[in-house]
Design a protein around this ligand. Structure first.
Ligand code: PHE
Length: 381
């Protein structure tokens, strides 16, 4: 009873100075925007799992103290269905109707690029767990990310192909309608050529969520006789591309980026994705005690081990909530400043932002062996 009274008083005081009572007494809203349905739905499920866990832990540990009042967080999760325009309306709703203190999201770079300007204009801090396209955080100073950027992961796989697999020719097949795929294709090509490799075919299609037939592009690629196939796309289309490539007798080693990181890659692709290698953010097989404690807790809660998105969404939410607690304010600019100066230590590494609010972080390389993700190595920047 005493707690409720104190909370009502604080709301009145805030209203008295004209700021308005932004949230329900003792509870503030936090928003999340993820693809819960559509072609990349495992991305949304894992991300929501990670945020839910971080919010539960934050609340169980007592939440934040705002104006002397213990304040917990209510998490509101929105589905962007993988489409920028749906993500944009979700952002409007979270900001204008739910008055969120911050937004976690999105996963896909093209969706993050659509919600960024809305969050920036409203002065609401946003952190994308896993959007890797360079442009995402350049939208403005309220926009952060919890992951490395594509020029880094493109280089990581170019190095791996050229120096470890010892291939000197490669083909690239990518979606030219998504900033992520297009950017990562360019980054891989530039790095591979800088090393002395040759990109013998560079083929595009538009909209992987709608495309099912890649045979025309694969025919061109096969004719160019590459020693390596780079597919910087999301898991659903990668699985189809590799199935069709293998059916056509294109059996060279294949690789890609974090878009491959889904349990459904193997479920859809089966034997066609076997031996594939990709760069990503996190491996559940990392022996660090902190990672293993997280993997145990996550697996116990959700009946499956965390993938990159589960881990990075957990880190992104943890980082924003830690900043909220540190500044003790619901004002967007205060939370943003605390985020900028964070030294938050996450599951996927210690966070320190550069001038573009991008953290400097290592990548891991994973190989599909016997239908399982197998951890190969960690690559530091
Ligand atoms: N990096 C991808 C993008 O920017 C999203 C992604 C992250 C996909 C992690 C898979 C795993 O669109």
């Amino acid at each position: 009873m005493r707690r409720v009274l104190a909370i009502i008083l604080v709301c009145t005081l805030i209203a008295g100075v004209g700021v308005g009572c932004k949230a329900k007494a003792g509870v503030v809203n936090l928003g999340g925007i993820f693809p819960m349905t559509g072609a990349s739905a495992t991305f949304g499920t894992s991300s929501k799992n990670g945020v839910d866990m971080a919010v539960e832990e934050f609340n169980a540990a007592g939440g934040a103290t705002i104006g002397g009042v213990k304040t917990t967080v209510n998490y509101i999760n929105e589905d962007d269905t993988g489409l920028p325009e749906v993500g944009a309306s979700a952002a409007q709703m979270l900001i204008n109707q739910d008055k969120v203190i911050g937004i976690i999201g999105a996963v896909m770079s093209k969706v993050s690029l659509a919600i960024g300007p809305i969050a920036q204009a409203a002065g609401v801090p946003e952190i994308s767990p896993t959007s890797t396209n360079t442009k995402v955080t350049l939208v403005g100073d309220y926009i952060f990310r919890a992951c490395f950027i594509d020029p880094f992961q493109g280089t990581v796989m170019a190095n791996y192909a050229y120096n470890t697999l010892k291939v000197t020719t490669a083909a690239v097949l990518y979606d030219n309608g998504n900033d992520y795929n297009k950017g990562l294709a360019e980054n891989f090509k530039a790095s591979f050529e800088k090393l002395g490799g040759k990109v013998v075919a560079y083929e595009a299609f538009t909209d992987e969520a709608k495309t099912v037939d890649y045979k025309a592009q694969l025919t061109v690629i096969k004719a160019a006789n590459p020693a390596f196939l780079y597919l910087p796309n999301y898991y659903g289309s990668v699985a189809l591309q590799l199935k069709q490539a293998r059916e056509m007798g294109l059996n060279v080693p294949a690789g890609g980026g974090d878009g491959w990181d889904s349990p459904d890659l193997v479920k859809i692709g089966g034997a066609a994705v076997e031996g594939g290698v990709f760069s990503t953010h996190f491996s559940k097989d990392d022996p660090a005690p902190k990672v293993q404690t997280f993997v145990k807790a996550y697996t116990a809660k959700y009946n499956e081990p965390p993938d990159s998105m589960g881990a990075l969404a957990y880190d992104a939410a943890g980082l924003l909530l830690d900043a909220f607690k540190t500044c003790g304010s619901i004002k967007g600019s205060d939370i943003r400043d605390a985020m900028k100066n964070t030294t938050f230590s996450g599951i996927s590494g210690a966070y320190k932002f550069d001038e573009n609010r991008d953290p400097i972080k290592a990548a891991v390389i994973i190989k599909i062996v016997n239908g399982q993700q197998s951890f190969l190595t960690t690559v530091n920047p």
